[in-house]
Design a binder for this molecule. Structure first.
Ligand code: IMP
Length: 492
């Protein structure tokens, strides 16, 4: 037994000292470009991101919409493993297929469907416009379009789709350019435009309501064919070997080993297994010690994820007494990473995972050596996460958020548990709904740029090299919080 003589520290107790801001380091000049992981394409090559945000491999965080949004905003999403191989592959494929403004995930109707079925579908999904194809599936031949204006939901329910659909549909034929598609859509005066192939097969639909939101984002994370990048989680369980193969076939760019404790022989075995399948980058973890980092670096990890027992709804520390303050974990692991880089010439990116509640903690994590931050709670708040939105009695909107170790997600393999011997290592609950990630993440990025500017840094590399951090006394932290003032509303 050995007891370390320093307590571990959390991200929340550090502050960054200001330094001279040069004329070319004002906030808009600051770049948040970073590396996600080493890339197999060349010596020293990495997969780059224009912003350091990674969405957590959690059911409540990364579905198709979040994975698309975060890649468009310059980060990357990790599709969780706690679902069937088919469902996970479908999400990966939908992100890879996504083309800004061109919707390919649509419910389509067949001509024989009854209008009462369609009315129920409208009620359930909230959608009001449907393409009709010969087979009723998305890639069928387009026969017409049915909207809520084309039938009377009271008197027409005995009819079929073919009786009421409009066949005089204006279409774009093999239109690939979004600007051109939008122009055509405006010209036809309808709120949407189906795009078909030369043979009449439905390829996608462009909607007016998407026109602004889905314009191309200049900083998006794309592969060599300009498709959005997406990562997918796998467990170290031997039965996930088939999952690896399927995910790669569906276009996953990066694999992420999903385990609360990554310093295990299973991770080395899985890294080896994946290497035999394909030379794809694999992010391993989580670790919180220098030994853990060295083990994974030796085993061939393309990046290492850091954090244990600090996730917002995590009960690991209470249940098992294992874990570490995230600032200390990062300091220890980053020092090991730098020693490893000196020895081998390979600098492995680090991803700080868990417990990050806002920009101040992100800046501290990045300054302490993280190249990216993985966010759960912070992203679950946005409309694009999969959780339901529910309004409470005072009229405030909340979103569901449940941890992977909760009974609801039951991701037993992440915690090296068996289904039969499962105990919870996380809770489920609610987080405030905070609008769209397309507004929220750019705001976070602006705060980070401003922080770097104050610290006199133009890049994350400069921040890691020059940052001066100081642990705060409890009184300093108390003084730094809003105090002596009621926020906004006049108290009742
Ligand atoms: P958050 O951003 O603080 O909500 O933390 C998210 C991170 O917590 C995830 O990326 C996981 O590493 C971790 N995590 C997810 N589910 C659980 C759980 O049930 N117990 C402990 N940690 C979890």
């Amino acid at each position: 037994m050995r007891v370390l003589d320093h307590p571990s520290r959390s991200l929340r107790e550090f502050r960054l000292l200001p330094a001279l801001t040069p004329a070319d380091a004002s906030a808009p000049d600051v770049s948040l470009a970073t590396s996600l992981c080493r890339s197999p394409t060349g010596e020293g090559a990495t997969i780059g991101l224009t912003s350091p945000f990674v969405s957590a491999a959690m059911q409540a965080v990364t579905g198709r919409d979040m994975a698309v949004a975060i890649a468009q905003l310059g980060g990357i999403g990790v599709v969780p493993v706690s679902q069937s191989v088919e469902a996970q592959c479908q999400t990966v494929a939908a992100v890879k297929r996504f083309k800004a403004g061109f919707q390919t995930d649509l419910v389509t109707l067949s001509p024989g469907q009854s209008l009462s079925e369609v009315a129920a579908l409208m009620e359930r999904t909230g959608h009001t416009r449907f393409p009709v194809t010969d087979t009723g599936i998305f890639h069928g031949r387009l026969l017409g379009v049915l909207t809520d204006n084309d039938f009377d939901p009271h008197s027409d329910l005995g009819f079929r789709v073919a009786d009421r659909m409009r066949k005089d549909v204006q279409v774009g034929v093999a239109t690939r350019d979004l600007r051109e598609a939008n122009r055509l859509m405006v010209e036809t005066g309808r709120g949407f435009l189906p795009i078909v192939s030369e043979e009449g097969t439905l390829l996608s639909v462009v909607f007016k309501k998407d026109r602004d939101k889905h314009l191309r984002h200049p900083a998006e994370t794309v592969d060599s064919q300009r498709r959005l990048r997406v990562a997918a989680a796998v467990s170290t369980h031997p039965e996930d070997r088939e999952r690896v193969q399927a995910l790669l076939e569906h276009g996953a760019d990066v694999l992420v080993l999903d385990a609360s404790d990554g310093h295990t022989a299973y991770q080395a075995e899985m890294l080896e297994t994946i290497r035999r399948v394909r030379d794809v980058p694999v992010v391993a973890g989580n670790v919180v010690t220098a030994d853990g980092f060295e083990f994974l670096a030796e085993a061939g990890a393309a990046a290492v994820k850091v954090g244990m027992g600090v996730g917002s709804g995590c009960t690991t520390q209470a249940m098992k007494g294992t874990g570490r303050g995230q600032a200390t974990a990062l300091m220890d692991v980053a020092a090991a990473r730098d020693r490893h880089a000196e020895r081998t010439g390979q600098r492995l990116p680090l991803i700080a995972d868990g417990g990050i509640s806002g920009p101040a903690e992100i800046v501290v994590a990045l300054a302490l050596g993280a190249d990216c931050v993985m966010l759960g709670n912070l992203l679950a708040r946005f409309s694009e996460s999969p959780g339901r939105i529910v309004r409470n009695r005072s009229g405030q909107d909340f979103k569901e958020y449940w941890m992977e170790g909760s009974a609801r997600a039951a991701n037993a393999r992440r915690y090296a548990q068996t289904r039969a011997g499962f105990f919870e290592e996380g809770i489920e609950g609610w987080v405030p709904h905070e609008g769209s990630v397309y507004d929220g993440l750019p705001l976070l990025a602006r705060a980070l740029r401003s922080a770097l500017s104050t610290a006199g840094c133009r890049t994350l590399a400069e921040l890691q090299e020059r940052a001066v951090l100081e642990p705060q006394s409890p009184a300093s932290l108390a003084v730094a919080a809003v105090r002596g003032m009621e926020p906004r509303d006049l108290p009742a």
